[in-house]
Write a protein that binds this ligand. Structure first.
Ligand code: RIB
Length: 311
């Protein structure tokens, strides 16, 4: 089985339950606070592993406060031999979750921003052609990660979140998979945010012809467009969301492991969609990521055909 290396962020999420997102000048009483292990990188590693992948997580946590994050890697049988311990505090977030389960997030990078080119060289020396590298935009030195992994023949899967136009300077043409939402995708090709998703995929594939795309469309669903193949469209399952945090990470982790283990792409995206439908029904980031047997049960019980010709 190909190894999956996630060079990714790990954050301590401070989650506040609020009636609505705080507005300028307002002091808002929260209804509750919880502390969860999160970070796009860690969430994705947990989903990659729970889907059945052989997962390695590299990155950096704080010596003083990182144990909560390391425990999650261990509990999920994710190899952490390439994870560094730093003097800087671990990355953390302040997350507001409103009564509709929607969130907004303030991110502090902390030790996620301390990855050196030496760390990257050493870590990548343990991986080879055909292995996967999963990245998100919450760590530093991403350019070097992409370039070195590409030189070695790894398949680079880059989730461009959180997006900034600076990302366009990265060697994105070296990524095998680019995972974008509609706002990120339209910014990448200078199109309006409400561009038709299939037109958007055409524009993205024109600009990056060697990359496959995963376009996520929130509650509408998602589209997988692999190089040389027709797009596969998948509607969302209709469920009641209590917390959408990590739903996208769950989707991505399941999709990449399923593709890396040779699952048929249509089934791979359907399972990933089911996994994220389960994730939004539980509070917190890593605690909400389902196990593979729960995902299969959910698909068996659901009578809806989510694979469609067009969204
Ligand atoms: O995608 C959700 C994650 O984004 C949270 O766990 C938080 O840490 C932020 O990185």
């Amino acid at each position: 089985m190909a190894k999956i290396l996630n060079y990714g962020s790990l954050n301590i999420d401070y989650v506040y339950e609020v009636p609505h997102f705080v507005t300028p000048g307002e002091t808002l009483q929260s209804k509750g606070r919880s502390i969860f292990a999160g970070g796009k990188g860690l969430n994705q590693s947990v989903a990659l592993a729970r889907a059945g992948g052989d997962v390695y997580h590299a990155g950096a946590v704080g010596k003083a406060d990182g144990q909560l994050l390391i425990n999650v890697l261990t509990e999920n049988k994710i190899n952490s031999e390439f994870l560094k311990r730093r003097n800087e505090a671990s990355g953390h977030t302040i997350i507001q979750v409103d009564d509709n389960g929607q969130n907004c997030i303030i991110l502090y990078g902390g030790s996620n921003q301390t990855i050196t080119t030496e760390d990257i060289d050493e870590t990548l020396s343990h991986f080879e052609k055909g292995d996967y590298l999963v990245l998100q935009n919450e760590t530093n030195n991403i350019e070097s990660m992409i370039n070195k992994a590409y030189e070695k023949g790894l398949k680079v899967c880059f989730n461009v979140s959180p997006y900034s136009d600076e990302l366009l300077k990265l060697p994105l043409d070296k990524c095998s998979y680019l995972i974008v939402n509609e706002i990120e995708g339209s910014s990448m090709v200078s199109k309006p945010a409400d561009t038709d998703p299939y037109e958007l995929i055409d524009e993205l594939t024109k600009k990056y012809p060697n990359s496959s795309f995963v376009l996520t469309l929130g509650s509408r669903g998602s589209i997988l467009k692999q190089v040389g193949c027709d797009p596969i469209s998948c509607k969302s399952f209709k469920v009641q969301a209590v917390d959408t945090t990590a739903a996208g990470d769950t989707f991505l982790g399941y999709l990449i492991t399923n593709l890396a283990t040779g699952m048929n792409p249509a089934l791979a995206i359907k399972c990933a969609t089911a996994a994220s439908a389960l994730a939004v029904q539980t509070k917190g980031a890593t605690p909400s990521i389902p196990k593979a047997n729960a995902v299969l049960d959910f698909i068996k019980k659901s009578k809806v055909d989510v694979l469609v010709d067009k969204l």
